[in-house]
Design a protein around this ligand. Sequence first.
Ligand SMILES: [Zn+2]
Length: 259
Amino acid sequence: MIAPDIAASVDRLGQLFAACDVVLPFTGAGISTECGIPDFRSPGGIWTKYRPIQFEDFLASRDMRDEAWRRRFAMEDQFAAARPGRGHLALASLYRAGKAPEVVTQNIDNLHQASGVAAGHVVELHGNTTYASCLSCGRRYELAWVRERFTADGHAPDCSCGGYIKTATISFGQAMPEGEMRRAEGLTLGCDLFLAIGSSLVVWPAAGFPLMAKRNGARLVIITRDPTEFDDLADLVVRQDIGSVLQPLIAAHAANSAG
Ligand SMILES: [Zn+2]
């Protein structure tokens, strides 16, 4: 069923939430656009202006590593200024109410954590761009530290172990993180309502999870701007503004936890 308007979407979502025990939110770029984080793959997004840097090129060339960091620092103002939107806050309410114990995301912006979901309860399929780590030893580095050195001599610094330092994201051509994939699968099989928000559900592995949930007997809700290939399978499809549809949840669950 495609909800005809925002009021009907909110109503039907409320009924579905009431009827289930465990919601698994699965989020993509659409939940963060109102926070000023661009959807990199959409028209006008960064990947339509620059060719993405493939992981093997990052490894192979110091120029590419410097270029990757130059691009990252060019976007730092946007990432640093971003605050959780209404969708993040709504999911954080569900989380606090115990209805959505963990969140799976394709986003790298750290906004679920910023909204109050514990870092250990956010499964990041594509990593996190708000810090960096060494590709060899895994040591964590803060971006300010990397930037200071980059600014000083125009080159990205290496780790004390000699490894390359990269934002903690999964690049094009880089293997998906196995631990996160396993956790996401486990959560998908453990939920009775799979709530896909702001993801086109096209790119693997995102495409596999809604199907897995549905085959396992969960309800499927898809809230996103454009049609997806899973709309026919879904129990509810919402093509309204994400923040407007989810905002009522913030108040509803705040009232529940207060009462
Ligand atoms: Zn290292």
